[in-house]
Design a protein around this ligand. Structure first.
Ligand code: ADP
Length: 231
């Protein structure tokens, strides 16, 4: 079963009589366990597609399915609940709350689910530990390096044990050493079975994923199965 699927997606922006077509006729099925890189020139529609797959935006036409279920019938609360249960997000900028510790930042999605504070704290510690941040859990983001901040944002995305991690240029704001570190975390997560969809303009990273889908002017122009090619 595909964990995410976009069928016949169109996305227009602007006034109806003069709309810009951002995405045109996108069909994309993401299988469980895939590590998919979305590539293409700036403005080709990568982020727009990622947000649609992540149920953060609604298509102008077509349907997005999560775990086989159509998302268009869901109201905003149901969509938020679906995201909270099944999806985790990492962005180019970490969007951590500076006045809260790393641990508290990672707890936020869990607190929203109504879990007890003790459970949220324990789970946040567990993920921070997995990401090599056990000794930094009490620090606030301004006291962490850029790479550590991004790892905390990954911990926050993983805290609710999502089925898919959606990432928009997660290494775009990092130096090459930290970018490699974050990418290796993604590879480890992928090997453990997590499905990942990552927007990147870094082709050397994209080539190390299991599948690369390239967009141009709002359409898919290539879809390469690296796993098959390698093996
Ligand atoms: P990418 O992630 O590949 O750089 P985006 O999905 O961000 O591309 O954007 C695709 C196109 O849609 C671009 O031409 C961009 O300028 C346009 N676009 C994105 N968001 C908006 C918006 N809110 N209003 C108008 N145009 C937008």
């Amino acid at each position: 079963m595909n964990i995410l699927e976009a069928r016949g997606i169109e996305r227009y922006l602007g006034p109806a009589d003069n709309a810009t077509r951002i995405l045109q006729g996108i069909d994309l099925a993401v299988e469980r366990g895939q590590f998919l890189a979305l590539t293409g020139a700036s403005g080709s529609g990568k982020s727009t597609l990622l947000y649609l797959l992540g149920v953060l935006d609604r298509p102008s036409a077509g349907e997005v399915y999560v775990d086989g279920a159509p998302t268009s019938p869901l109201d905003d609360d149901a969509r938020a609940s679906l995201r909270n249960r099944k999806l985790g997000f990492v962005f180019q900028f970490h969007f951590l709350l500076p006045e809260f510790s790393a641990e508290e930042n990672a707890m936020i999605p869990l607190l929203r689910q109504g879990l007890s504070e003790a459970k949220c704290r324990a789970r946040a510690r567990e993920v921070l530990d997995e990401l090599g941040l056990a000794d930094k859990a009490r620090r606030r983001p301004p006291a962490l390096s850029g790479g550590e901040q991004q790892r905390v944002s990954i911990a926050r995305a993983l805290a609710n044990r999502p089925e898919v991690l959606l990432a928009d240029e997660p290494t775009g704001n990092l130096d090459s050493k930290n970018a490699e570190n974050v990418f290796q975390i993604f590879q480890t997560l992928s090997r453990s079975g997590l499905t990942i969809v990552m927007v990147t303009h870094d082709l050397s990273l994209a080539q190390r994923t299991s599948r690369q889908v390239e967009l141009k002017d709002g359409r898919i122009i290539s879809d390469t199965d690296h796993a098959r090619a390698a093996g």
